[in-house]
Ligand binder design. Structure first.
Ligand code: KG4
Ligand code: ZN
Length: 356
């Protein structure tokens, strides 16, 4: 993390502990304003949910309860940090699965109460948006952001911390969901996105061509639900041997990458921004990264990605959001308010009013 990411070199650097538990990853991180990321621990529940083909909310909550406190201990140890060296406890307050969110919120609030620290509830998507600030060089504000996760596909104008204007989003399935559902149709295990990407590497370009929904429409809306049907038909057309499965995987990836890249470039052009931030699980996709790197560079603009492990859910990004909000004067209370649904544009920049 660069000093620029945090806006200054602090004389009394702040340090936060952060907890992420919005879905099927239990994660804890410790981030220091001047020394950067001191620890990040993650326990993935993928094995727990795989046999059900998707996340089972009640199982997710129960597992978070088991994993989070040991992860806090491990993270503090790895960061060589005592509670009295911390300045706040950040946690994901939404959007996500209510029960899962509550496990992190309850633990964060209990720790904050016991340690006499502020607890700061973070918007999960703001975490994703700020993940590139963990890298060097870090993007500054304002910039354009392409947020592509399992639940969201958005183009956003990020003007400042907490000031995000939605330019367009998906009307139906998210990009990650399109990867996952297509993968399922090809018989790949949950969560299919990374598996489909791996299979696509053996696929041939243009062996099969799938539709690019909404590509020709003006604006920044997306639609990926039609891809499933196209994949289903392509998978039925003839015996599904290994090469055809790989060709279909390649076609799915190419279609999704093409739409995301074209619309992001269109938004860069229309807004005049010179920086594009890519965030969320699908941002880990190598084909998307390569295509965006090339296209954005050709425009003379910059593209910023978090490292792949910080594209998917993690606590380092929640720590980054927590640290920036804490530094800006935000102090959360100890009420256990989580929000399963929480529109990003309801977020506000932090103000000192919360800290009279
Ligand atoms: O951001 P994330 O970890 O969780 C949400 O907040 O949704 O995103 C998870 C999504 C899943 O749909 C997963 O399949 C997809 O990101 N994903 C990928 C890749 N890695 C994760 N999709 C395509 N290629 C990848 N390499
Ligand atoms: Zn996420």
């Amino acid at each position: 993390m660069s000093a620029r990411a945090l806006g200054h070199t602090a004389q009394h650097p702040m340090r936060v502990l952060a907890i992420e538990s919005s879905c099927d990853e239990s994660a804890v991180a410790v981030l220091d304003e001047s020394r950067g990321l001191l620890a990040h621990e993650l326990w993935s529940q993928i094995d727990l949910h795989r046999i059900y083909g998707g996340v089972v909310p009640e199982l997710a909550s129960r597992d978070h309860v088991k994993r989070l406190l040991p992860l806090v201990r491990t993270a503090l140890e790895a960061a060589a940090t005592r509670a009295d060296q911390l300045h706040g406890v950040a946690y994901t307050a939404g959007p996500g699965l209510t029960g899962a969110l509550l496990t992190g919120a309850a633990l964060a609030s209990a720790l904050a109460y016991g340690w006499r620290l502020p607890a700061i509830g973070i918007h999960h998507l703001e975490g994703h948006l700020l993940a590139p600030l963990l890298e060097t060089p870090a993007p500054g504000f304002p910039h354009l952001a392409l947020l592509v996760s399992g639940g969201h596909t958005m183009l956003i104008e990020a003007r400042a911390l907490g000031d995000y204007r939605l330019l367009g989003e998906t009307r139906d399935d998210a990009a990650g969901e399109a990867f996952d559902k297509s993968a399922k149709l090809l018989g790949l295990p949950y969560p299919g996105g990374p598996q489909l990407a791996a299979l696509a590497a053996a696929g041939r370009e243009n062996a099969i061509r799938l539709p690019r929904p909404m590509l020709d429409r003006p604006g920044y809306e997306f639609s990926f639900s039609g891809l499933k049907t196209a994949v289903l038909l392509a998978a039925r057309a003839q015996p599904l041997d290994d090469q055809r499965r790989a060709d279909i995987a390649r076609a799915v990836q190419d279609a999704i990458v093409d739409v995301l890249c074209t619309k992001a470039l269109r938004a860069l052009e229309a807004t005049g921004h010179t920086s594009l931030v890519v965030a969320g699980g699908v941002g880990a996709n190598q084909a998307l990264r390569a295509r965006l790197r090339e296209a954005v560079a050709a425009r003379g603009a910059q593209v910023y990605f978090p490292r792949s492990e910080f594209c998917t859910d993690n606590a380092a990004m929640i720590a980054m959001a927590g640290l920036l909000r804490l530094r800006a004067g935000e102090r959360g209370g100890l009420n256990l308010a989580v929000r399963a649904r929480w529109p990003l544009d309801e977020l506000r920049p932090p103000t000192d009013q919360e800290n009279p």
